[in-house]
Design a protein. Structure first.
Length: 92
């Protein structure tokens, strides 16, 4: 259900399909991890946040994600957890 209602429309750039999605787009890596103001999520428990994140790489040839934060207020940084996975539907 998450793939059909959020990920595939997001990858296809279908803004109309995303308007009623329970998951909202949020630039996580643009936020300071200590002072981030997370958007309200009425369907999830308080202080539980779930995100699908576009990961920018340190360099085009790198496999390491960039954790640089534009407006860093504190000394925090995002910890990389997990590995990127390809999402496919059929042959695409």
């Amino acid at each position: 259900e998450i793939f059909e209602s959020f990920l595939f429309p997001r990858l296809a750039g279908d803004e109309q399909a995303l308007k009623n999605s329970l998951i909202h787009f949020f630039e996580l890596y643009d936020q300071d991890p200590i002072t981030a103001a997370f958007p309200p999520q009425p369907y999830f428990l308080a202080n539980n946040h779930y995100f699908f994140v576009n990961r920018s790489l340190e360099t085009p040839a790198s496999s390491q994600p960039s954790r640089e934060i534009e407006n860093l207020v504190s000394q925090g940084r995002w910890k990389t957890v997990g590995k990127p996975k390809q999402v496919k539907r059929g042959n695409t």
